[in-house]
Design a protein around this ligand. Structure first.
Ligand code: FUB
Ligand code: ZN
Length: 658
């Protein structure tokens, strides 16, 4: 086994993120456990795309208890319902390291033990671990309907939870279950006669096995991960053959092409990010991780190529990815409709996994910039400020009337839901928040890359510590950041500090002296071999009005407003509405104000904008002269905080006026 402590040990002190982590420990995790335990019903607004035909309760823990022989009853929920518990278990396991930071996690710890006990009891003798099959189906049906069964996806999520639990506690209890499950998979899948020669319809096992390899050092898991990556898309008949052979059937009304499953061609040949967004992204994360671990050039190139395609052509200004609800999928280059968007919360979380994996290959600012964008916008909009309601879809333009009245927009909720029939997002999001400390640094050679401006104290090997403090209202509201490095053993080290692409101007002082360094690959690198070094960075937090590339047809003639890492939006409760009548010019005056009492403390922008006059001829279609406009003050708040007050219209992109 490798050392269970992950390096460095990071304590997050950022006011902004400490609030989120406290809210997660105090509200979100206990609330989610109640939902998994059927104490909170599935609660999706009427008419929305989920929850209509499913059961009223999650049933996730109940399924586990039934499979563990502690209760009787039938399975209920999605075939992958167990993963809601596994993701919760992973999120909760990360908190077990947070006791040192003063968090009270006794209740969570008891529930973690309870969940692991259930998995222990429900695991079959041969390592198999999936309650849908254990409760509902004969044993000879296992791994025979992989197009939709999600069996490896389900086992993969447990493996990830077990890795997290081991890393936090050093206890092999969950990891033993995970290794038995991996062993079961290893026996059934492979090239040998009698083994199964195809992958699960939902990638996940690949990245889980790579993580399992990283903590156990067991080479079989890495080879198996690589095998799953390479076998995918090789045999276009694989799922049809399983169906013809009488495999179990799920979702029989869903006829998705192989592209949806990212199985239409080998992933290593794919030029573009296509198919179901979360499937593609989980696979890409695995390709990056396994590529690094095996030093496989083709995998490394693929990971870079798909990332570039997403970031350059398929990602919204908020970091959201997935442009269509049909197949929860990527569509085509530069197709970024703001109202029909999917932008699944899980996809933004997966972009963070992907960014982290790429940074581990080669740290660079462009990737860290995207990670920051996801952290403060795309991912964060998925959760209500109190942690107990969630978005699955994250639109850039929403209107309750459109969501209710147009079936192609039923998937766009205009208030967060308490729980979903398919509840993949809530626990996915909180596992990112409770493991946020792992997303701040990347070490490479003698350089420590500090790539996020999230105040923290980090202890590295050999006594080196980096403390990041922030002045004023702190980041993301203020860009005044200091790194205090203590290097008692005078190790030969450098600290590389990110210069975000959004900050064209910045100043840097080292030990009180202004320095004039050029950023290379998005970082400035400073020698920190002295016993102490103080690095003071001031970023440009001026408000930016952003235009999209003219290739993005939906954003032509529109502006988005950003400040530092935060993307802003207009909400109807602050503005007269309808919001589509409002506009602003690229050099409109903007007043900035920090309001500590609003939305748990946010920067509010007031823009001198313009608004169309609504007095018209009374005819629906007219050939009027140019529309009249009048001056109008527009109020913008951070996008992540929308929908925490009254339900109403929201818009990120605003019409550009002269
Ligand atoms: O299929 C399992 C999960 O359900 C996916 O990861 C999500 O996108 C949702 O479709
Ligand atoms: Zn999801």
């Amino acid at each position: 086994m490798t050392d269970q402590t992950t390096s460095p040990k990071v304590t997050i002190t950022s006011r902004f993120w400490h609030r989120y982590r406290t809210m997660t420990v105090d509200n979100a995790l206990p609330y989610q456990w109640c939902a998994l335990n059927d104490e909170v019903p599935v609660d999706v607004p009427e008419g929305a795309a989920w929850g209509e035909n499913g059961s009223q309760f999650s049933h996730s823990l109940r399924n586990l208890r039934i499979a563990a022989g502690r209760e009787s009853g039938a399975f209920s929920g999605q075939p992958f319902q167990d993963t809601d518990v596994s993701k919760w278990l992973e999120a909760a396991s990360y908190t077990l390291r947070m006791r040192d930071e003063g968090f009270d996690i006794d209740d969570i710890e008891a529930k973690v033990d309870e969940a692991i006990g259930l998995f222990e009891d429900l695991q079959d003798e041969d390592g198999y671990l999936d309650t849908k099959f254990e409760i509902d189906l004969p044993a000879d049906q296992r791994f025979k309907g992989l197009r939709w069964s999600h069996e490896l996806y389900t086992m993969g999520h447990f493996i990830e939870a077990a890795v997290a639990h081991y890393e936090s506690t050093g206890s092999p209890r969950a990891l033993d279950i995970a290794e038995r499950a991996a062993d079961c998979i290893d026996r059934h899948f492979g090239d040998a006669a009698g083994q199964i020669h195809g992958p699960d319809g939902h990638p996940e096992i690949e990245l889980a096995l790579a993580r399992l390899y990283e903590v156990t050092g067991e080479r079989r898991w890495l080879d198996l991960a690589a095998w799953f990556i390479r076998v995918r898309g090789i045999d276009p008949e694989f799922y049809d053959e399983q169906d013809k052979a009488g495999g179990p059937q799920f979702y029989t009304d869903m006829h998705m092409p192989l592209k949806y499953f990212v199985a239409d061609e080998p992933i290593l040949d794919k030029a573009k990010a296509e198919g179901h967004a979360v499937r593609l992204l989980y696979l890409a994360v695995a390709v990056a991780k396994v590529g690094r671990l095996l030093e496989d050039r083709k995998m490394l190139d693929t990971a870079e190529r798909l990332w570039r395609n997403i970031v350059d052509h398929r990602m919204y200004v908020t970091g959201a990815v997935g442009s269509t609800q049909v197949g929860e999928a990527f569509s085509f280059d530069d197709d970024l409709p703001n109202d029909l968007v999917y932008g699944e919360t899980c996809a933004s979380v997966a972009m963070l996994f992907y960014g982290k994996a790429l940074m581990e290959i080669r740290p660079r600012g462009s990737v860290a910039d995207v990670m920051e964008l996801e952290l403060f916008n795309g991912m964060l909009s998925g959760i209500q400020l109190d942690g107990t309601r969630y978005f699955y879809v994250n639109p850039l333009e929403a209107d309750p009337a459109a969501s209710a009245g147009n079936p192609t927009r039923h998937h766009v909720l205009t208030r967060r839901a308490g729980w979903f029939d398919c509840a993949c997002c809530p626990a996915n999001l909180v596992r990112l928040i409770t493991s946020l400390d792992r997303y701040l640094y990347t070490e490479s050679g003698d350089t420590i890359y500090a790539h996020q401006f999230i105040a923290n104290r980090a202890e590295f090997a050999d006594g080196l510590t980096v403390e990041q403090t922030q002045a004023g209202e702190e980041y993301p509201w203020s860009g005044d950041i200091t790194f205090h490095v203590a290097n008692p053993n005078r190790l030969n080290k450098r600290l590389a500090v990110r210069i975000p692409a959004w900050s064209p101007r910045w100043t840097l002082e080292v030990n009180g002296n202004p320095v004039n360094l050029k950023a290379a690959d998005g970082f400035v690198s400073i020698d920190v071999s002295g016993e102490t070094t103080e690095i003071h960075l001031v970023l440009d937090m001026a408000v930016r009005k952003v235009r999209a590339s003219l290739d993005v047809r939906c954003d032509v003639g529109r502006l988005a407003v950003a400040r530092g890492p935060i993307v802003f939006c207009m909400e109807q409760c602050d503005n007269e509405g309808p919001l589509w009548l409002d506009g602003m010019s690229v050099d409109a005056e903007v007043e900035e104000r920090y309001d500590a009492d609003l939305l748990d403390g946010v920067e509010v922008l007031t823009v001198e904008g313009r608004r169309f006059e609504t007095q018209r001829t009374g005819q629906y279609y007219t050939a009027e002269a140019p529309l009249a406009e009048h001056e109008q003050q527009l109020t913008l708040i951070p996008y992540y905080a929308w929908c925490n007050r009254a339900e109403g219209q929201m818009q990120v992109w605003v019409r550009e006026t002269r």
